[in-house]
Design a binder for this molecule. Structure first.
Ligand code: ADP
Ligand code: MG
Ligand code: MG
Length: 909
C-alpha cells in the first residue's frame, strides 16, 4: 500500500527534525540522569540525578551539548526546534514555581550555566539573576520586602550580563563597585548606594555597546544561552582543553536553573564543600561559605570565606541537612564529591555535585580508604587514581636544612593556605603574560596574583608555582593548581601587591618582578630567594604502596627500569623494579676519570692503540657491572653495548680549531698545539652530517670489534666475580641498532667466542642471554629471522619513532613538533606518546613475527614511552613482556600496567 507508506513518511519527518534538545528537572522528577554526562554535561547530569534522588534542587532544564555543537555547525545559529523547547521548558518551570519570567509582581529569575562533560572549573561562563529589569526588580523588592536585596541582585545581573554576554571588560564594572564601597565590604553597601550603582552600570552598558541594557527577559535568556555556547570556544576554555587534551567537539551543555538567593540577609548564604579534604583525602566535610552572598563570591575571592564548621554554629539546621546530603551523595556516586549549595532564608538548595578534584596524596588516600569502607572494590581503587598523580606524589620538597637556614637569615616572608602541595622556586612574576614570556626564556617563574581568575590560566600553566594574596582553598587558584599538580600557596593576606609597579611588599621585604622566591604548597610557607629541594621519599607513601601492591596483582606486564648506575638500581628496586631493562654503558664512559681513556681509544690510530686504552677502561666497566648485579641480585640486568656516535665523547674538543687558529695567528705554536691539530684531524675524519643515522650502535662494534670484546669481557667477567661472592648475576647482553642478519650473525659469533674465552679463563660457566634492540624498521620486518638468533627483543621506541616517522628527536621539538601538537596536526608528541598508527603497527609486526619463530620470546620496551600511561596500555595490548621506564616512573608504570589489564578485561567481557 504505497499511499499509506508515503503518508507515514510525512508524519515521520517532523519527528526526525524535532530532536530533543531540552531535558527538564522539576517537581522532583528529571528527564536526565547521571549517566548522561556526554549529552547534559557534568553539571546538567548531576542536577538531574540529584532531582531524581529527591534532593532540594531548584527546578530547571538543560540544553544539550548536541545543541551547542549544532549551534556552531550552523555558523552561530540555534538549531531548529530548540527555542520552542526552551519556551516549553520555561513554561514548566513557571508552573512549578508559580512565578513568571519578567513578571512585575512575582518574577522568576534564572541562572544560565555552562557545563561540559568533563569538568572544566571556571573555564566557561554562567549568568545569574537573569530576568531582571526595572519592573521585575520592583516586584522582587515588594515581594521579599527587601529593597537592598533587589538592588543587589540587579547590579550583579547587569555587570555579569554586561561582562559575559555583552563582552564589556570586567574592570569597568569592578572599578565602579570599588569606588562605591571604598574600604568596606560589599555587604555594607546600602540600598541607596546599590541603586546608584545600577544607574552607573546601565550607563556603562550604554556607553560600551551603544545600546541600552536589554530589558526583555526572553531576549536576555536567548542572548545568555548563546553566550554560554560561545564560551566553549573562549580563549580560556580552549587553553584548558589543550592542556588536558580534551576534544574540541564535545561542546558544552547549558543549564537554566531557577535562582535561589544566598544574599537575602544573615539567614542566607552560599558555599562550596568537598565530602573529603581535597588536599589530604581525610574523611571530613571540607569547605567554605559566605553569609549574605551569591555563589560566585566564594570562588572569586571577593571576601575571604568562612570555614564550613562555622556554618554548624551559625545555621545548625541547614548544616545538619547539608551534611546528610553530602554523605548521601558520596555513597550514591561512590566517590568524593565537590558540592555547591545555597541557603535562602534558612532553606538549603543543592546547585551542583561533581566528582572532586584532588591532590595526588588525597587521591591515594581516598581510593584506599574507600576500599576499607567497602564503598569500592580494589579494582575500582586502582582505576580511580591517575598514574600521573603517582608521579606528582613523588615530587621533591624543600630541604629542611635549607628551610632552617632561610628562617635564620630572615628570608621567611609569610604563611598562607597550603592550597596545593609541592615545593617551587622561581622568579616572582605578577601577571600571566609576563609569566609566559619568561617561561619562553627558559626561566622558572612563580606567578603571584592578588587572586587568579580564569583569564590567568595561560600564565598558571607557564609557572612552576602559584601564590595569591586572597581566596581560600576552593578559590580558582587552588582548584586549578591542584588539577595541574602545581604547588600553590593561596590567601597570603600579608602580601601587598602593586601590580602597576610589578612588585610586592611582604613582612618588610620588597620583592620585585624577577626576584627569586620559594613557595611550599605543602606547608603554605613563602620564602625570599631560592631553596634547595630534596628528592621525595617513597617509603613514607604508605597508601601509594598499598595501592600498588593491589596493582601488582592485577598487572601482567613486568615493570623493569632504565638504570645506568648502582645507585639508580638500588633506588629503582625500592620503587618496585623487577629488573634492569636498559643499562647504557656509554653513560659510564662519560664519568670524569674515565673520559680520557675513552678519548684515547677514539684518538688511537691503530687497533693496538685502541686496545691499550680499552684495557684501562675494562676494570671500570667490570666494577660497575659487579655493583649493578649486586644491587639487582637475582634479577635480570639488560646491558646494551655502546650506542652513540663517537664524536659525542669529544664534545669538549669542539672548539680546538679556534685554539689552533689563535695559536697560528699569534705565532705561539708548540707541542700542545700539535696535539690539538691531531685531535682536529681526527674530528674531521669522524665527522658525520647525520650522526644519528651514522656510525653508531652495532655498526661501531662491527667496525671496532675490540670495543665489543672489552665490553663482553667486563659484563661476563663481572658475572663470574659475582658468582664467586654468592651474588646471583643475570646479565642479558643487548645489541643496539641491528637491522640486518649479516650484522646480527657476526655480532653473535663474536660474543660467543669472547664468552667461551672468559669461561675458559675463569674455569666456570657464565650464563647470560643474548638479545637485541628493535629500533630500526627493518628489524621489525625481519623479526622472525632475528628471533632465530636471539633470546629477547627490546623495543627502542625513541629511535624507532625517529626512523619510522623520519623525524629527528633532537631537532624537531624546537622547529616544528611543538607547533604540530598545538595546531593539532598530530594528536600527541610521538616521542612522548607512542604513535600507534605507525610506530605501534611496526611494533605489532615485530612482536607477531618474533613470536612466530619463538612463541615465548621475551619482548620489552626501553624507550621513553615505557613510563607514559597510554603507551604502557598499548604495550599491554600488544602482549609485551615488560616495560622499562626511568626510575621515578616505575610506580607510574606499575599502576598504568594494572589499569591496562583491568581495562582489557572489561572490554573482553
Ligand atoms: P561554575 O561551573 O563556574 O561553578 P556555575 O554554573 O556552577 O559555574 O555557577 C557559578 C556560581 O553561581 C556557583 O557558585 C553556583 O552555585 C551559583 N549558582 C548557579 N546557579 C544558581 C542558582 N540558580 N541559584 C543560586 N546560585 C546559583
Ligand atoms: Mg559550579
Ligand atoms: Mg636507540
Amino acid at each position: 500500500m504505497p499511499a499509506t507508506r508515503a503518508k507515514k513518511k510525512v508524519n515521520a519527518a517532523p519527528k526526525a527534525r524535532s530532536q530533543k534538545w531540552v531535558y527538564l528537572f522539576a517537581g522532583g522528577k528529571a528527564e536526565g540522569n547521571a549517566k548522561m554526562r556526554a549529552l547534559l554535561g557534568g553539571k546538567g547530569a548531576g542536577l538531574a540525578e540529584m532531582t531524581n534522588a529527591g534532593l532540594p534542587v531548584p527546578p530547571g532544564f538543560t540544553i544539550t551539548t548536541a545543541a551547542c555543537n549544532a549551534y556552531f555547525k550552523g555558523g552561530g545559529k540555534l538549531p531548529a526546534g530548540l527555542w520552542d523547547q526552551v519556551e516549553r521548558g520555561l513554561a514548566t518551570i513557571e508552573k512549578t514555581t508559580k512565578k513568571k519570567l519578567g513578571d512585575p509582581k512575582d518574577p522568576l529569575l534564572v541562572s544560565v550555566r555552562s557545563g561540559a562533560a568533563m569538568s572544566m572549573p571556571g573555564m566557561m561562563d554562567t549568568v545569574l539573576n537573569l530576568g531582571l529589569n526595572d519592573q521585575s526588580r520592583q516586584g522582587l523588592a515588594t515581594l521579599t520586602k527587601n529593597e537592598r536585596f533587589a538592588w543587589d541582585a540587579y547590579r550583579r545581573f547587569i555587570s555579569m550580563f554586561g561582562r559575559i554576554v555583552l563582552d564589556i571588560p570586567a574592570e569597568k564594572f569592578d572599578s565602579g563597585l570599588e569606588k562605591k564601597k571604598g574600604a568596606r565590604a560589599d555587604t555594607d553597601l546600602t540600598a541607596k548606594e546599590l541603586e546608584a550603582l545600577v544607574g552607573e552600570f546601565k550607563a556603562i552598558v550604554k556607553r560600551e555597546t551603544g545600546r541600552p541594557f536589554p530589558t526583555e527577559p526572553h531576549d536576555q535568556l536567548r542572548l545568555a544561552v548563546e553566550a554560554v555556547f560561545g564560551s566553549w570556544f573562549g580563549q580560556r576554555a580552549k587553553d584548558y582543553r589543550k592542556q588536558f587534551k580534551i576534544s574540541d567537539d564535545l561542546g558544552t551543555a547549558c543549564s537554566v536553573v531557577t535562582m535561589v538567593f544566598g544574599n537575602m540577609g544573615d539567614d542566607s548564604g552560599t558555599g562550596v564543600a568537598f565530602t573529603r579534604d581535597p588536599n589530604t583525602g581525610e574523611k571530613t566535610l571540607y569547605g567554605e561559605y559566605l553569609t549574605n552572598a551569591q555563589g560566585e563570591d566564594v570562588v572569586a575571592g571577593i571576601r575571604t570565606p568562612l570555614k564550613i564548621d562555622q556554618l554548624k554554629r551559625d545555621m545548625p539546621k541547614a548544616y545538619a541537612q547539608f551534611e546528610k546530603i553530602a554523605q548521601r551523595l558520596e555513597k550514591h556516586y561512590r566517590d568524593a564529591q565537590d558540592l555547591e549549595f545555597t541557603i535562602e532564608r534558612g532553606k538549603l538548595y543543592m546547585l551542583q555535585t561533581r566528582s572532586a578534584k584532588r591532590t595526588a596524596r588525597a587521591a591515594m588516600k581516598i581510593a584506599t580508604d574507600m576500599v576499607r569502607e567497602k564503598l569500592i572494590t580494589k579494582d575500582e581503587a586502582i582505576q580511580r587514581v591517575d598514574p600521573l598523580q603517582v608521579e606528582q606524589l613523588l615530587v621533591p620538597g624543600f630541604d629542611p636544612a635549607a628551610v632552617e637556614r632561610a628562617r635564620k637569615e630572615g628570608r621567611f616572608l609569610a604563611k598562607g593556605l597550603n592550597a596545593s602541595p609541592g615545593a617551587a622556586t622561581g622568579r616572582a612574576v605578577f601577571d600571566a603574560d609576563r609569566a609566559v614570556a619568561l617561561k619562553g626564556q627558559k626561566q622558572l617563574v612563580v606567578l603571584v596574583r592578588p587572586e587568579t581568575s580564569p583569564d590567568d590560566f595561560h600564565g598558571m600553566i607557564a609557572a612552576t608555582g602559584i601564590l595569591t594574596a586572597r581566596g581560600g582553598s576552593t578559590s580558582h587558584a587552588a582548584v586549578v593548581a591542584r588539577g595541574l599538580g602545581l604547588p600553590c600557596v593561596a590567601g597570603v593576606a600579608a602580601l601587598e601587591i602593586d601590580l602597576a609597579k610589578r612588585e610586592m611588599r611582604v613582612g618588610g621585604a620588597l620583592i620585585k618582578e624577577g626576584d627569586a622566591i620559594s613557595i611550599d604548597g605543602t606547608t603554605g610557607e613563602v620564602f625570599a630567594g631560592e631553596l634547595t629541594t630534596n628528592p621525595p621519599s617513597y617509603e613514607k607513601e604508605t597508601q601509594l604502596i598499598e595501592l600498588l601492591s593491589w596493582a601488582d596483582k592485577r598487572r601482567r606486564l613486568g615493570v623493569w627500569v632504565n638504570a645506568d648506575t648502582p645507585g639508580e638500581c638500588i633506588e629503582a628496586r625500592k620503587l618496585g623494579a623487577e629488573g634492569v631493562g636498559l643499562a647504557r654503558t656509554e653513560h659510564m664512559f662519560r664519568q670524569a676519570e674515565r673520559l680520557p681513556y675513552v678519548q684515547d681509544m677514539i684518538m688511537a690510530d691503530s687497533e693496538a692503540g685502541r686496545k691499550i686504552a680499552l684495557a684501562k677502561l675494562l676494570p671500570f666497566q667490570q666494577g660497575d657491572f659487579r655493583e649493578m648485579y649486586k644491587a639487582m641480585d637475582g634479577l635480570p640486568v639488560v646491558i646494551r653495548l655502546i650506542d652513540p656516535p663517537l664524536h659525542e665523547f669529544l664534545r669538549e674538543f669542539a672548539d680546538v680549531d679556534i685554539d689552533i687558529a689563535v695559536a697560528e695567528a699569534t705565532g705561539r705554536d708548540g707541542p700542545e698545539i700539535e696535539q690539538k691539530r691531531k685531535v682536529w684531524r681526527r674530528l674531521e675524519q669522524i665527522h658525520e652530517d647525520n650522526p644519528m643515522l651514522g656510525l653508531r650502535g652495532c655498526r661501531l662494534l662491527l667496525v671496532y670489534p675490540e670495543i665489543l670484546e672489552m665490553q663482553i669481557r667486563a659484563i661476563l667477567g663481572a658475572a663470574a666475580d659475582s658468582a664467586e661472592v654468592g651474588v646471583s648475576a643475570k646479565p642479558e647482553i643487548m645489541m643496539p641498532l641491528v637491522g640486518t642478519m649479516g650484522e646480527l650473525d657476526r655480532l653473535r659469533d663474536q660474543v660467543m667466542s669472547v664468552a667461551a674465552a672468559v669461561e675458559k679463563e675463569r674455569g666456570r660457566k657464565v650464563p647470560f642471554k643474548f638479545g637485541t634492540m628493535i629500533e630500526i624498521p627493518r628489524a621489525c620486518i625481519i623479526a622472525d629471522e632475528i628471533a632465530t638468533k636471539t633470546e629477547f627483543f627490546s623495543f627502542g621506541t625513541n629511535d624507532l619513532t625517529q626512523t619510522v616517522l623520519g623525524i629527528s628527536r633532537d631537532d624537531a621539538q624546537k622547529s616544528f613538533l611543538t607547533k604540530y601538537v598545538e595546531q593539532r596536526i598530530i594528536p600527541d608528541d610521538p616521542f612522548q606518546v607512542i604513535d600507534r598508527g605507525g610506530v605501534g603497527e611496526m611494533m605489532k609486526m615485530g612482536v607477531d613475527r618474533g613470536r612466530k619463530t619463538k612463541p615465548d620470546l621475551k619482548i620489552g620496551i626501553c624507550g621513553e614511552h615505557a613510563g607514559e600511561p597510554s603507551s604502557v596500555a598499548f604495550c599491554h595490548e600488544i602482549g609485551l613482556t615488560y616495560v622499562s621506564p626511568s626510575t621515578y616512573r616505575v610506580p607510574v608504570a606499575r599502576l598504568a600496567a594494572a589499569q591496562a589489564a583491568l581495562a582489557m578485561k572489561e572490554r573482553d567481557r
